[in-house]
Structures are given as C-alpha cells and as structure tokens.
Write a protein that binds this ligand. Structure first.
Ligand SMILES: [Zn+2]
Length: 108
C-alpha cells in the first residue's frame, strides 16, 4: 500500500477559546469533507482543518475558521470573502510585526 504523506501542520493547538466558548480543533480525517479545507460547527464547538504540508496554509485556515466562529457567535453576518481576507491580512500583520505581536500578547 502506498504510504500516504502524513502531514502534521506542526501540531495544531487542541483548542481555541472564543468569547468564553472552548472550540475543539481537529484535523479532518482522510476522505472527510474533501471539498473543504476547514469547517466550523459553532453548535458543537468544533473546528476542523485539513492538514497540508505548508504550515502557513494551516495557520491561515485555522484563523479563518476561528473568525467564522467569532462571526457566528456575534451574528456579524460576514461574507466568505470578508472572513478570508481578514484571516489572511491579520495573519500577515501579526507575522510581519513580531514585536507588535509580542506586545499585544503581554498579559494584563
Ligand atoms: Zn470560510
């Protein structure tokens, strides 16, 4: 049997807390939801991400799905394009500005 390339996304976090709700983060299983790279089920508090070789792709997808969780929790009615663009630009700003990002994460 052909050994399938097993990808790790550099070990995604297990959970993400969104406005007090803890969402479980799980990789899609092989063959599961093959038409999507990510999925958020707010009612079940689960975020699925497709594992891919490029960690940046997984990071973008996980942030994208987290923004969907925020959007649905707050009934913002964001479009798919808004969610995609916000995830990509937010990730880029955080990565392009490590000192800024470090400062933002200083605990109260
Ligand atoms: Zn989406």
């Amino acid at each position: 049997m052909e050994k399938k390339e097993k990808l790790i996304c550099n070990k995604m976090p297990d959970t993400v807390r969104v406005l007090g709700k803890v969402f479980k983060i799980e990789a899609f299983k092989d063959g599961e939801c093959e038409d999507a790279d990510g999925m958020t089920r707010v009612d079940e508090q689960i975020i699925n991400v497709r594992e891919k070789p490029a960690i940046a792709y997984c990071q973008d997808t996980l942030l994208h799905e987290t923004i969907h969780a925020i959007d649905e929790t707050l009934f913002l009615k964001m479009t798919e394009r808004q969610v995609s663009n916000l995830a990509s630009v937010l990730l880029a700003v955080l990565k392009d500005n490590p000192e800024f990002t470090k400062w933002l994460l200083i605990p109260e």
